[in-house]
Design a protein around this ligand. Structure first.
Ligand code: GAR
Length: 203
C-alpha cells in the first residue's frame, strides 16, 4: 500500500478536517490520503470544506436510515466500498457502538478537546467540555488524540498537548485557543503517525 486511505467523520464546522486537508497539501500528512468525508449532520459546513478540496462526501442520517444499527451498517458498507484503512473522528459528535469499534481495532482515532482523563466520556463534547473545564477552575487544559474502542474517550492515547486557561476565558474563547494551539497541531501529526504505521504494516 502506498498511502493509507482515510475517511474523516464529521458533524460540524470541520476546522479539524481543514487542518487534515492542509496537512495533506503541505506534505505533513504524506502516508495517508483523505479519500472520503462522512457527515452525520445534514448541511454541516465540514462538507463544504471537503467539496472545496475535491474530496468525496456522504451524509448519513441516523433518523432517515432508521436508527444506530442501520446507520452503522451503512457506514461499514461505505467504508469497505471505498477501501478505507483509517477512520478519523474529527468533531464527530456521536458515539459509535462496541460492535462497530470492534471491527476497526487500532484503525479509528478521535480528537477530544481536553486532557483525557479529564472532562471526557459520555456527554462531554464540543463546547460542553470547555464549560466543564471553566466551571471546575482548571488552569491547564488541552487536547488529546486517542484510539477509539468501546469506551467513550477510553482508548489508548496517541498524543496530548496542554493549553493554558486564561483569566476572563469564556467557553468559546477557550475552545478556539485549544483548537489553534492543540487540536489542529496534534491531529494531523497523529494522522501521519498512524498512516505511516499502517503503510508499513505495523498497525
Ligand atoms: C472540536 O473541538 C473537537 O475536538 C470536538 O468538537 C469540535 C469540532 O470542531 N470533539 C469532541 O468534543 C468529541 N468528543 P470542528 O468541527 O471545527 O473540527
Amino acid at each position: 500500500m502506498l498511502r493509507a486511505r482515510i475517511a474523516v467523520l464529521v458533524s460540524g464546522g470541520g476546522t479539524n478536517l481543514q487542518a487534515l486537508i492542509n496537512a495533506e497539501k503541505s506534505g505533513l500528512l504524506r502516508d495517508g490520503e483523505i479519500a472520503l468525508v462522512i457527515s452525520n449532520v445534514d448541511g454541516a459546513y465540514a462538507l463544504e470544506r471537503a467539496r472545496m478540496a475535491e474530496i468525496e462526501t456522504l451524509t448519513l442520517l441516523k433518523k432517515e436510515l432508521g436508527g444506530r444499527a442501520a446507520f452503522e451498517a451503512r457506514l461499514q458498507e461505505e467504508l469497505e466500498a471505498h477501501g478505507i484503512d483509517l477512520i478519523i473522528l474529527a468533531g464527530f459528535l456521536s458515539i459509535l457502538s462496541a460492535d462497530f469499534t470492534a471491527k476497526w481495532p487500532g484503525r479509528i482515532i478521535n480528537v477530544h478537546p481536553a486532557l483525557i482523563p479529564s472532562f471526557c466520556g459520555k456527554g462531554f463534547y464540543g463546547l460542553k467540555v470547555h464549560e466543564a473545564a471553566l466551571a471546575y477552575g482548571v488552569k491547564v487544559t488541552g487536547a488529546t488524540v486517542h484510539f477509539v474502542n468501546e469506551i467513550p474517550d477510553g482508548g489508548r492515547i496517541i498524543a496530548q498537548k496542554a493549553v493554558e486557561v486564561q483569566d476572563g476565558d469564556t467557553p468559546e474563547i477557550l475552545q478556539k485557543r485549544v483548537m489553534q494551539e492543540a487540536e489542529w497541531v496534534i491531529l494531523p501529526q497523529a494522522a501521519q503517525t498512524v498512516s505511516k504505521a499502517i503503510v508499513e504494516g505495523k498497525a
